[in-house]
Design a protein around this ligand. Structure first.
Ligand SMILES: [Zn+2]
Length: 675
């Protein structure tokens, strides 16, 4: 997952229902032309197009107390979860054949809804883990404990995951990454402004509460020990921007070399405990492991045990009883601004989607996905591929030899639409009465599922998102684009809408994912998913120059008071947004609608295209959530996903008569165009 570049986007629950096709289609799929309502004509398109389209909506939109935002994009997963809840309530209320898909998801859901039993068990389920930590007598015993816990999804100071070797994409290898922190980013340990201090304090209080709830003495002091260890680890962490460098985060070493380098860590015995056959591996951030190695001899064992206790309790806190849930929420609400906990049912829907997502996904697709959407989407994707080919041929900054390579890569991209051809299965026993054990069994199953892929070719049937999720992604090592059923819905995609709406909606998303194959990271992978240079030196310099312009442009945007967008963190997504709109607009030009000039709802075809672009990012987020988003997320916040690319896009100027003097006006020479 970490090697993937994600676009997280969303749609309303406008779906067709296979069981009740007529009724659902009548209600949800109107054949009337899409109306762009709520346009704020007091704001000129050239001053702020996002606000022109969305400000009236924004001002009246209310974020529910149990949410961090509202609108489209990721928040369209909220109505999706209602659909999943329908399924779960139905299958959990009946007896299903043992081992069937319905039994797995239904009984798992029911076990999590049984809060009386969960509360009654108190800390009993994690007591054996705490006892094991208490009994540790040496660093080597401790590392064996750390590895054993990893097999149950309880990760602490080692992050090990299996995915393709970036220099040999036909082989899965083990990658070690930096880890060990409880706060969302290294920067939170060092920041000194009040919003960061408040988060640090909430985190310390959270750890203190978890220690108190498990009956530890001196809980406050112990929380400080944990924070200090994390802060030392955080100091060795690379920043998110540093981690965008493909080459700087790849170190293929032999196990022997790593074992020699880290004197206090016997990697051979750790991999033995994990059941992994390792001769070479990719140590993505070696400085972290050097620091950990040193700290293992400097920090007293008792302090490490305190750290591990906090970590294990945290890792299970959301599956224990109410006091643990409350403690977790008290902390997370400072980070997110969300004022109320979600209902148990909402939490459980997310949990089932997370842990049995491809079982639940099968039921979702059967009930809510319209196969016609899959065919139409595939047509669009194929059409966009040809559009991008033409655009590459016409690039004025790239030489012919690099163009040949770029086109080879473009046509090697494979496409996944709707849901997997082969469904992942879950070899687990799920029992209605044992929620905690169910979660642990599923986490173990995940570990084993991934372990079975080590030293093998990547599984091309695998999906990294569940079918109902409103998202899409490009995976550089498989050179594939993926559009799950969840995004093939309004306002992204509407079988009955005019082309302008769909090209500005799902079209922008498709163009965006194609462009990821050629953003600052994607451009370093070849058609087979290997990191190799397929560019001439001169072309690559020009490309770098253009992406640097994108970094500068977005770095100048201010999000909240003095908070700037991080240009270097978001450059890949911003490049994809710029390319996405350009490709979609170009493809739209080939449609009958664009070639005519019929106005719908008072708007020309081109204007409707841009209105659709602005509408798919109609989102309102809480300030607290937005602050964390800007610090940690590689996507720009919604307003800049619209205004950023449109400032660079001449057809937008023409469609809305944007002129010099308008706030977002850029002269033609200043407009950045890459793909
Ligand atoms: Zn993206």
């Amino acid at each position: 997952m970490k090697s993937l570049i994600y676009l997280s986007v969303l749609a309303l629950a406008f779906t067709s229902c296979k069981n009740e096709p007529d009724k659902t289609n009548e209600v949800l799929q109107t054949k009337e032309p899409v109306v762009f309502d709520g346009i704020n004509t007091a704001i000129k398109p050239g001053d702020n197009f996002y606000n022109h389209v969305n400000k009236s909506w924004y001002d009246s939109a209310v974020i529910a107390d149990d949410q961090v935002g509202v609108g489209s994009y990721r928040f369209l997963n909220i109505p999706q979860q209602e659909l999943l809840k329908n399924i779960l309530e139905e299958v959990s209320g009946v007896k299903n054949p043992e081992g069937s898909t319905e039994q797995l998801v239904g009984d798992f859901y029911a076990s999590g809804m049984d809060t009386i039993s969960i509360n009654k068990r108190g800390i009993t389920p994690i007591q054996p883990i705490l006892d094991r930590i208490n009994s540790l007598e040496s660093v080597s015993e401790m590392l064996d404990f750390v590895a054993t816990q990893m097999k149950t999804g309880d990760y602490s100071i080692i992050s090990a995951y299996i995915s393709a070797d970036q220099e040999n994409s036909s082989l899965n290898i083990l990658h070690l990454g930096q880890t060990g922190l409880g706060l969302p980013d290294r920067d939170y340990y060092f920041g000194e402004d009040t919003s960061v201090i408040e988060i640090q304090e909430a985190y310390l209080q959270y750890i203190t509460s978890l220690f108190e709830l498990t009956g530890q003495e001196h809980a406050g002091k112990m929380a400080n020990v944990v924070f200090n260890i994390e802060k030392q680890l955080a100091a060795s962490h690379k920043t998110r921007i540093e981690r965008r460098s493909i080459k700087d985060n790849y170190n293929k070493w032999t196990l022997e070399a790593l074992d020699k380098r880290n004197k206090n860590i016997s990697w051979a015995s750790i991999f033995n405990t994990l059941g992994m056959d390792i001769t070479t591996l990719d140590v993505r951030q070696p400085v972290y492991y050097d620091t950990l190695d040193k700290m293992l001899s400097q920090v007293p064992l008792e302090q490490w045990k305190t750290y591990l206790k906090a970590n294990s309790i945290k890792s299970h806190a959301t599956i224990l009883g109410k006091p643990f849930q409350d403690a977790s929420f008290a902390y997370s609400k400072i980070l997110s601004g969300q004022s109320e906990q979600q209902s148990r049912a909402k939490q459980m829907v997310r949990r089932v989607d997370q842990q049995l997502g491809f079982a639940l996904g099968q039921l979702y697709v059967k009930r809510y996905f319209n196969e016609a959407a899959k065919e139409r989407a595939l047509d669009l994707v194929n059409n966009f591929q040809k559009t991008l080919e033409r655009r590459i041929e016409n690039l004025d900054w790239m030489s012919d030899s690099t163009k040949v390579k770029a086109k080879e890569k473009l046509f090697a991209i494979s496409k996944k639409i709707g849901y997997p051809d082969v469904w992942r299965t879950y070899d687990v026993t799920i029992n209605k009465d044992t929620y905690f054990e169910n979660v642990v069994a599923l986490r173990k199953n995940d570990f084993e599922y991934k372990l079975a892929q080590l030293n093998k070719a990547p599984n091309r049937d695998e999906w990294h998102t569940t079918p109902s999720t409103v998202t899409a992604y490009y995976n550089p090592s498989l050179n594939e684009i993926v559009f799950p059923a969840g995004i093939l819905q309004a306002p992204y995609f509407d079988l009955y809408a005019d082309d302008a709406v769909n090209y500005g909606g799902i079209g922008m998303v498709i163009g965006h994912e194609f462009t990821h194959a050629f953003d600052d990271q994607g451009a370093q992978y070849d058609k087979d998913g290997n990191v190799t240079n397929w560019w001439t030196a001169e072309d690559y310099d020009k490309f770098k120059g253009k992406t640097n312009q994108i970094i500068e442009q977005y770095g100048a945007f201010t999000v909240l008071d003095s908070l700037h967008l991080k240009g270097a963190l978001t450059v890949g997504e911003n490049t994809a947004d710029n390319g996405g709109i350009a490709i979609a607009f170009d493809a739209f030009q080939k449609t009958k609608q664009a070639q005519g000039d019929e106005k719908i709802g008072g708007y020309t075809p081109e204007q409707r295209f841009f209105l659709s672009v602005a509408r798919i990012w109609r989102v309102k987020m809480r300030d607290e959530f937005l602050r964390n988003y800007v610090t940690t997320d590689p996507h720009s916040p919604p307003m800049w996903r619209v205004n950023g690319p449109l400032m660079n896009f001449t057809p937008f100027y023409e469609a809305f008569d944007v002129k010099e003097g308008d706030v977002n006006y850029k002269s033609e020479e200043e407009r950045i165009s890459i793909w």
